[in-house]
Design a binder for this molecule. Structure first.
Ligand SMILES: O=P(O)(O)OC[C@H]1O[C@H](OP(=O)(O)OP(=O)(O)O)[C@H](O)[C@@H]1O
Ligand SMILES: Nc1nc2[nH]cnc2c(=O)[nH]1
Length: 183
């Protein structure tokens, strides 16, 4: 895809949530996370790359002791989305007996989050929680999977902005858009 096409997709996209709606969602999530985890000395695991923006936004809203780590796992990377997760980096912290909060941009079919939660449980964590800025509403979700903290719900369309990419671009936008014509 050319840069001109990438720019055209942004111009024709539908605004789904503006930056104020997104900021309010971060505020709400941070409050809920604080209430639940402030006494647990948690480690936050940022799921690269899409989790970068939500993690940063949430992290600076937390006013209690918390450590930060990341993992890089992807099932899409320029594809339609495979059934297995491709692990590019694992967390550096020893997660044993720690409370862990996994932060990602979007919960779509849920295979990514479910594999990451499973990995955390295998590390003998004390407890593992998940937070996503966006949950996509449809019936293709991994069985039984929900996130503990959800910022916003979107319909079943391809969305970008706030960490979520369109062909590797537009993660930097502070609002959420849906590609025109996607249903
Ligand atoms: O719920 P699922 O259907 O599994 O999809 C959600 C995942 O898809 C995206 O990651 P992607 O693999 O595209 O990598 P990225 O974070 O680099 O965009 C997104 O960041 C989530 O991690
Ligand atoms: N950017 C982006 N990444 C995704 N990964 C799974 N669903 C989506 C989506 O709608 N947008």
């Amino acid at each position: 895809m050319t840069l001109a096409e990438i720019e055209a997709v942004r111009r024709s996209a539908d605004l789904v949530f503006d930056r104020h709606a997104v900021d309010s969602a971060y505020d709400r999530m941070a409050k809920d996370i604080t209430r639940e985890l402030c006494d647990t000395n948690p480690v936050i695991l940022c799921v690269m790359s899409g989790g970068l923006v939500p993690t940063g936004e949430l992290f600076t809203r937390l006013d209690f002791p918390v450590q930060l780590d990341y993992l890089h796992a992807t099932r899409y990377q320029g594809t339609q989305g495979g059934l297995t997760l491709n692990w590019l980096a694992r967390p550096l912290h020893d997660l044993k007996r720690r409370t862990v909060l996994v932060v990602d941009d979007i919960l779509d079919e849920g295979l990514t989050l479910s594999a990451i939660m499973e990995y955390c449980r295998e590390q003998d964590v004390e407890a593992v929680y998940s937070a996503v800025l966006v949950e996509k509403k449809h019936h293709r979700k991994a069985p039984g999977l929900t996130a503990d903290f959800v910022g916003l719900e979107v319909e079943d369309r391809y969305v970008f902005g706030c960490g979520m990419d369109f062909h590797g671009y537009w993660r930097n936008l502070p609002a959420i858009y849906a590609v025109a014509g996607t249903t």
